[in-house]
Design a protein around this ligand. Sequence first.
Ligand code: BEZ
Length: 218
Amino acid sequence: MEQIQEQQQLTMPRIGDPAPAFEAATSRGNISLKDYKGKWVVLFSHPSDFTPVCTTEFVAFQEIYPELKQLNTELLGLSVDSVSSHIAWIRSIEENFDTSIEFPVIADLDRNVAMKYGMIMPGESQVETSRAVFVIDDKQTIRSIIYYPLTTGRNMQEILRLVKALQATDEHGVSTPANWQEGEKVVVSPPKSQEEAAKRAEEENIEYIDWYISKKEI
Ligand code: BEZ
């Protein structure tokens, strides 16, 4: 346990870090993270195949996959199960839920990727990956990390919203307010000097609230 925790601390990536490189076997053949350069990636782990919450998540991830693809974003699942287990579970999901899982699922039997990304929470489970989500941008930088416990299924609309918000930030140099949804006003970057602050009120096409908070359409 102590050894796992030590290794975990050493390898936990942070927002802004380069996404740790990996090659892996998946339900759709071998992949290498570097092949995804130029695309955004949502890399998520689930505790294990053939479990109920994970099954509901897989159906829900598949539902958002077409919209993610429209956002130049690929989806990659992961657990410490084998390729054969992934194939059998995917077939069962297809039979029971009439849903064909089209994204690759990494078979991380040796925990190589799970350890690089800090997906195992030894205090929660030493044998399963927790529900981690890494949003990796087109330059392969980690832009966001979400963790959910084993017992709570994730909210797919929040994952979509997060990707859209990060891409809006890159495209327009803005931030997004609480509960922001696509099409709503964004937050203008705060002024960097007293001079800029003094001029902010006169700027056109912004909703000025105070010198440090203004919104605009994008
Ligand atoms: C589930 O997916 O249902 C699950 C997996 C591991 C622990 C608890 C729940």
